[in-house]
Write a protein of this length. Structure first.
Ligand SMILES: [Zn+2]
Ligand SMILES: [Zn+2]
Length: 128
């Protein structure tokens, strides 16, 4: 584990499709936590965002260059891929399909947030 590499990694590394864009922008499924009031919201955006406008307190939260991947596996069977600026060990995501809260936990091995209890469901699945 190298601790110095993450800070030095430049956003343009591996960003062949988005060349020419220096500013961090994120699109797709996002779970963004407000810096001021702490309210996290899951949403989809087609327009790349540089900052998040909180609907609760109206504050703007700038998005970091790198977001952590989140895999939400809801009990309703839906699977969503998000990116998040949350850094807590665990938090409640929300299914955009049925609005049920889905607890996710940071998994250091894979470097992403995984749904708590989802492995159990995986193992019960027949086949490969
Ligand atoms: Zn807020
Ligand atoms: Zn659901």
């Amino acid at each position: 584990m190298q601790t110095g590499t993450k800070a030095r990694a430049h956003p343009r590394a591996g960003a062949t499709a988005a060349e020419g864009k220096a500013r961090p922008q994120h699109a797709g499924g996002l779970i963004i936590k407000c810096k001021r009031c702490g309210t996290a919201r899951a949403f989809y955006t087609h327009k790349p965002l540089e900052r998040y406008h909180c609907l609760e307190c109206k504050a703007y939260t700038p998005l970091p260059p790198e977001l952590a991947p989140v895999e939400v596996i809801c009990e309703c069977g839906k699977i969503f891929k998000y990116q998040t600026n949350v850094t807590d060990p665990r938090f409640d995501a929300r299914c955009v399909e049925c609005s049920a809260p889905v607890a996710v936990e940071y998994d250091e091995k894979s470097g992403r947030y995984c749904t708590i209890g989802a492995e159990r469901r995986d193992r019960r699945r027949p086949g490969r």
